[in-house]
Design a binder for this molecule. Structure first.
Ligand code: NAD
Length: 460
C-alpha cells in the first residue's frame, strides 16, 4: 500500500501544476513554491506516537505490545481514524492509512483531519479481559493526544463497538469533567453510538456502485456515447438484457451489508452469485440466498458455512469452492471487502469483472490497478466508496455533542446526500478526462486541501 499511496499523492500533486484552477491568481514561481510546500505537508504526518503497552496476561506473564497513533493532518478538523488490532500492523501501514483518511475526509467534505491507530496483536489469541486491558492501556498511553476536539478514534479491523465503549469509558475516567461522548465513534447505541453506524460503510459502498451504474450513466446517456467502448459502460447500458452478476470478497461488516443491499436493490437487477470469507467461496449461478447466509454467519461468529452438511442443514443452495477462486469468477461486478492487496500482478490478468468496487482499503495494488484501468475496467476506489463509516462517525460525533439523536432513516438519508454531493463532483471530470477514477478523486481531494491550506496562510 505504501508505494501506491505515495505514487498517487505525488501524481495528484503533479496534476495540480497542470491545472489552471490551482491557485490561479499566483505568479508561476509562487505557485511552484506553494506546490512544493504542499508536497512536504501531505507526504509527512504531523505526529507518529508509538508506545509499548505493558499488559499483565491471565497466565501471570507480563508482555509489552507495540501500539501506534499517527496524526497525519488536521487542516480540516480534529484527527479522525480507526484503531486496528492485527498482527501485521506496522508504522508504515498506519502512516499510510492516516494519509488516506486525510484525503478521504477532504474528498467528502467531512470536517476532520486524518489519523489512524494500530496495536500489533491477533485479538483472537487474547481473552476478553485481556482485550479490555489492552484497550484501557491504549487510551491511557495516548490520552494526552486524544479527545473530542483533538483526535477521535473509531473501530477498524479487529475492533468494534465493544472496544470503543471500553475506550470511551477509560477516556472519561482519565479526563473527568471533559466532554467524552465525541471522543470515540463506532460505540454501541446504548453508549451514544449512532443508529446505522455498523451498516454505514457497506451501504455507502453499495450506493457508490448503484449511483455510477444506474443514476449517473442512465442520466447522462448523451455523454456515454463517447464512452461506449468502455466495457463497464457497455455493462451498465446492456444490463436490462439480464441481471448484473456480482461476487463479493469478505462477508463481515462491509461485505455482508453490500450483499444484502445488492440482493434487495430495486434500482438495479442484481444477482449475487458468489461470496467468500477467510475460509471458503460459496457459489450459485442462480443467485445466493443472502438473508439465509447472514443469518448463518450471525450465529457462527461471522463465518460462512464450509461443509455440505452445514449447507444442507440450513437449506442453503450453494457449491463450495476454493476461497480465492472468487476473485477471478465470471461476473460483471466484483466487490472487495476483505483485505489489502487482493488483486495484484499475478492475478490481474485473470479478472473477468468489468466493475471493481473497493470496500476494503487498498485491495488492488498499483500495478494491477493500472493494468485493469488500461483495459477499460472501472475501479471504484476506496477513498470514494468506503467513506460511509467516517461520514456516519461524523454524524455520531455531532449527535454526541448535541445529545440529540437521529433516526436510522435520517442517518441513511444524510449519508446518501453527502455521498451524492461527492459523486456529482468527481464523476463528470472522470468522464471528461483520461485519468482513472482513483486519480480523479485524489486530485479533487488534494485541490480542496491546497485551497484551504493556502487561505490559512500555510503554503508560504
Ligand atoms: P470484518 O472483520 O467484519 O470482515 C472481514 C471479512 O473478510 C470476514 O468475512 C473475513 O472472514 C473475510 N476475510 C478475511 N480474509 C479473507 C480472505 N483472504 N479472503 C476472503 N475473505 C477474507 O471487517 P469489515 O469491517 O467488514 O472490513 C472489511 C474491510 O473494509 C477492511 O479492510 C477494513 O479496513 C475496510 N473498511 C471497513 C470499514 C468499516 O466501517 N467497517 C470502513 C472502511 C474500510
Amino acid at each position: 500500500m505504501s508505494d501506491k499511496m505515495k505514487a498517487i499523492i505525488e501524481q495528484s500533486l503533479g496534476q495540480l501544476m497542470e491545472d489552471d484552477t490551482f491557485l490561479p491568481h499566483l505568479q508561476e514561481d509562487k505557485r511552484k513554491r506553494a506546490h512544493d510546500s504542499l508536497v512536504s505537508i501531505l507526504s509527512t504526518p504531523n505526529h507518529i506516537i508509538k508506545s509499548f503497552l505493558r499488559i499483565s496476561l491471565e497466565n501471570g506473564r507480563i508482555t509489552r505490545i507495540p501500539a501506534f497513533r499517527v496524526q497525519h493532518n488536521n487542516t480540516l478538523g480534529p484527527y479522525k481514524g480507526g484503531i486496528r488490532f492485527h498482527e501485521s500492523v506496522n508504522e508504515d501501514e498506519v502512516v499510510n492509512l492516516a494519509k488516506l483518511m486525510t484525503l478521504k475526509n477532504a474528498l467528502h467534505d467531512v470536517p476532520f483531519g486524518g489519523g489512524k491507530g494500530g496495536v500489533v496483536i491477533n485479538p483472537r489469541k487474547y481473552s476478553e479481559a485481556e482485550l479490555n486491558l489492552i484497550c484501557k492501556k491504549y487510551v491511557h498511553y495516548f490520552s494526552d493526544s486524544l479527545g473530542t476536539e483533538k483526535d477521535i478514534p473509531a473501530p477498524d479491523i479487529g475492533t468494534g463497538e465493544r472496544e470503543m465503549d471500553w475506550m470511551m469509558a477509560e477516556f472519561k475516567s482519565i479526563h473527568p469533567g471533559e466532554t467524552y461522548r465525541g471522543s470515540f465513534t463506532g460505540k454501541s447505541v446504548l453508549n451514544g453510538g449512532s443508529l446505522g453506524r455498523r451498516e454505514a460503510t457497506g451501504k455507502g459502498v453499495y450506493y457508490t456502485y448503484r449511483y455510477l451504474l444506474h443514476d449517473f450513466i442512465k442520466e447522462n446517456i448523451n455523454l456515454m456515447n463517447n464512452h461506449k467502448n468502455k466495457p463497464f459502460v457497455q455493462t451498465a447500458l446492456q444490463h436490462h438484457d439480464g441481471p448484473l452478476t456480482i461476487a463479493i470478497q469478505g462477508f463481515g461488516n462491509v461485505g455482508s451489508v453490500v450483499a444484502l443491499e445488492a440482493y434487495q436493490c430495486v434500482h438495479l437487477q442484481n444477482k449475487v452469485v458468489a461470496v467468500s470469507d477467510r475460509n471458503v467461496t460459496l457459489y450459485n449461478s442462480d443467485g445466493l440466498d443472502i438473508p439465509a447466509l447472514i443469518s448463518y454467519s450471525n450465529k457462527h461468529e461471522g463465518d460462512l458455512p464450509t461443509t455440505e452438511g452445514q449447507l444442507k442443514e440450513h437449506n442453503i443452495k450453494a457449491t463450495i469452492k476454493d476461497r480465492d477462486g472468487l476473485l477471478t469468477s465470471n461476473v460483471d461486478v466484483l466487490f472487495l471487502a476483505a483485505l489489502e492487496d487482493q488483486i495484484h500482478r499475478d492475478n490481474c490478468q485473470d479478472i473477468k469483472a468489468q466493475v471493481i468496487v473497493e470496500g476494503a482499503n487498498s485491495p488492488v495494488t498499483e500495478e494491477a490497478g493500472r493494468f485493469l484501468s488500461n483495459k477499460g475496467i472501472v475501479i471504484i476506489p476506496d477513498i470514494l466508496a468506503n467513506a460511509g463509516g467516517v461520514i456516519v462517525s461524523y454524524l455520531e460525533w455531532l449527535q454526541g455533542r448535541d445529545t440529540q439523536f437521529y433516526t436510522e432513516e435520517q442517518v441513511y438519508e444524510l449519508l446518501h446526500q453527502k455521498m451524492k454531493t461527492t459523486f456529482e463532483s468527481v464523476f463528470p471530470p472522470f468522464f471528461s478526462n483520461t485519468l482513472p477514477l482513483r486519480e480523479t478523486c485524489y486530485t479533487h481531494a488534494v485541490m480542496k486541501l491546497s485551497t484551504i491550506l493556502y487561505r490559512q496562510g500555510k503554503l508560504y
